[in-house]
Ligand binder design. Sequence first.
Ligand code: SAM
Length: 229
Amino acid sequence: LFVETSLSEGIEIDLPKNQAHYVGTVMRRQFGDALLLFDGEHGEWRGEIVEVAKKRARLRVTGQTRPQEAATGLTLAFAPIKKQRIDFLIEKAVELGVETLQPVLTQRTIASRIGEDRIRAHIVEAAEQCGRTAIAELKQPVRLKQWLIERTSEPLYFADENGGAPALESFRAPPATILVGPEGGFTDEEREMIHAEEAAVAISLGPRILRAETAALAAVTAYMASAGD
Ligand code: SAM
């Protein structure tokens, strides 16, 4: 369970109403039961229920069960796509270990708003589900041009459906960024802008044209399998 309080041995925390309801009513946990907690920064902890009522739950933190996960150093920069598809993309990207999510607005981006609260909730839920102890950071959406100007010199793996080096042979150790385009692809002007970046490496994910979320997840999977841990 993700909690906003910084965790350490011996502290007691009151869960917010929605989580208390989930613990007491949905999970039917009782006095003395243990839950696993994380705050995004200090690993995983055991919390024992010392009080539980309809919309109240108080836990005592009794010890650490796992240290904080190692940073993966992987950023996924993606053009916002339709709601259901973006939700799927976010959930899977978190499971696979992405550390930073950067929405990039392109000329052919359909969505102008990404539903930040909804996406944050998906990030937390996916982290809880797969046992991550870090919460991926969701950055503010930024225009592609602006983002390219402001980024650092870390490698930028640009998923290019028009061809590039095979992804698995291109990746180097983190930190790194993977950039994937919108459903309609990048415009020629945008592709030129990306290729002009010194740190950009065009990668191919095979001869088929993948949907944006498939391409993003294929690239992240390949990266984690070859260069990340
Ligand atoms: N330009 C395309 C079109 O409309 O025919 C489609 C773009 S594709 C649906 C969306 C994004 O996925 C692309 O911008 C690219 O980043 C990535 N992508 C899709 N297939 C790929 C492949 N085989 N290799 C590398 N990237 C790919």
